[in-house]
Ligand binder design. Structure first.
Ligand code: NCD
Length: 314
C-alpha cells in the first residue's frame, strides 16, 4: 500500500514504499514472461492515458500494463482533443473526471501540471513525466533494473551523465538512489547542470574519465533539445567527443559496470551505437521490460488502495 493516493514523484515516497513497489514488480516480471499475462487486479476499472507530449515507450508501456491488469484503457489523442480548441488542462480533466475514471496517467510539458490536475479530480493520478520535474516510474524501473543486475540497490556508485538540467529522469533517479543510500555522481558540461547542483548531496564533475572511475552503473541521458532555448553545447560532434559514452570512456568504470539509457537514444550524440547494443554491457532492453512490470505494480498498489472494485457491488 502507498500512503499517497497519487504517484506524483519519487520525492514523496519512503524507502519502504520504494522497496514494496520493486518487490511487487518482481511478481509482474514473472507474470509477463508467461504465455498468459493477465491478472484481474484492475478489472472493471477505467484507466485514461493523457499524454500532452510525444512518447513511445512510456505510453505503450502504461497501455500494456493496464490491459494486462484487466483495466479498460483509453488513450486520449491529446493533439486532436479540445485542448487544441483552447480548453484548459483543468477543464479537460474535469470533463474526464465526470466520466468516473479510476486512474489518470498524465504526461505534460510543464513542471507541476500533473500535481495541479491531481487536485481537481477524484481518482488516482500517476505522473508519467512533467516538464523537468519528475518521472517517477522511470526511476522505479531503473532501480529494478539495477537491483536485478547488481543484486542490491544500496552502496553502489552510479554515474548519471549528460543533460542533467533538463532531465526529469535524472531528478527522479537522484531522489530514489539517494534515499536508498547510493553514491551518485553527475557528469556533464556545466551548462547542463541544474541550478543549485552543489546543494543536492551528489558529486559533480565535467570530466567523464574522472566521473566514471569506479562506477557500478553508468546512466546516459538524451540531450533534451526541445527544452533548450540557446547554445548549451558547442556542437553535437564536440559533445560526443567529450561526453558521449563509448567503450574507451567506459573502461574507466568498473569492469562489470552496466550501461543504461531511458530512451529515446541519439546514437552518436550521447552514446555509441555499438555499445548501446552490446548485450554484455547494455541493459537498455531490460529497462523497457522492467517498465511494464513496474507500472503494473504501481497501478495495482495505487488503485487497490483508493478503490476496491468489489466494494462497488456489495
Ligand atoms: C524520457 C522522458 O520522456 O523523460 N524518456 C522516457 O520516458 N523513456 C527521457 C527523454 O525523453 O529523453
Amino acid at each position: 500500500m502507498l500512503t499517497s493516493r497519487h504517484l506524483l514523484g519519487i520525492e514523496g515516497l519512503s524507502k519502504d514504499e520504494i522497496t514494496a513497489i520493486l518487490d511487487l514488480s518482481e511478481t509482474y516480471v514473472r507474470q509477463n514472461r508467461q504465455p498468459d499475462k493477465h491478472s484481474n487486479a484492475l478489472i472493471g476499472l477505467t484507466q485514461v492515458n493523457m499524454f500532452f507530449e510525444a512518447s513511445t515507450r512510456t505510453q505503450s508501456s502504461f497501455e500494456i500494463a493496464g490491459k494486462r491488469l484487466g483495466a479498460d484503457v483509453m488513450n486520449m489523442a491529446m493533439a486532436a482533443s479540445s485542448i487544441s480548441k483552447g480548453e484548459t488542462l483543468i477543464d479537460t480533466a474535469m470533463t474526464l473526471n465526470a466520466m468516473h475514471p479510476d486512474l489518470l496517467v498524465v504526461r505534460h510539458p510543464h513542471s507541476g501540471a500533473v500535481a495541479l490536475l491531481a487536485e481537481k479530480v477524484n481518482c488516482a493520478v500517476l505522473n508519467a513525466g512533467d516538464g523537468q520535474h519528475e518521472h517517477p516510474t522511470q526511476a522505479l524501473l531503473d532501480a529494478l533494473t539495477i537491483r536485478r543486475a547488481k543484486g542490491r540497490l544500496h552502496r553502489l556508485t552510479i554515474a548519471i551523465c549528460g543533460d542533467i538540467a533538463h532531465s526529469r529522469v535524472a531528478r527522479s533517479n537522484m531522489f530514489l538512489l539517494g534515499k536508498m543510500e547510493n553514491r551518485v555522481r553527475l557528469i556533464g558540461p556545466r551548462t547542463l547542470m541544474p541550478a543549485g547542483v552543489d546543494q543536492l548531496g551528489v558529486e559533480v564533475t565535467d570530466n567523464m574519465a574522472e566521473g566514471l572511475k569506479g562506477a557500478d552503473v553508468v546512466m546516459m541521458l538524451r540531450l533534451q533539445k526541445e527544452r533548450m532555448d540557446g547554445g548549451f553545447i558547442p556542437s553535437t560532434r564536440e559533445y560526443y567527443h567529450r561526453w558521449g559514452l563509448d567503450s574507451t570512456k567506459l573502461a574507466n568504470a568498473k569492469p562489470d559496470a552496466i550501461v543504461m539509457h531511458p530512451g529515446p537514444m541519439n546514437r552518436g550524440v550521447e552514446i555509441d551505437g555499438v555499445l548501446a547494443d552490446d548485450i554484455n554491457r547494455s541493459v537498455i532492453q531490460e529497462q523497457v521490460e522492467m517498465g511494464v512490470a513496474v507500472r503494473m505494480a504501481v497501478m495495482d498498489l495505487l488503485v487497490r488502495k483508493s478503490k476496491k472494485p468489489k466494494a462497488i457491488y456489495v
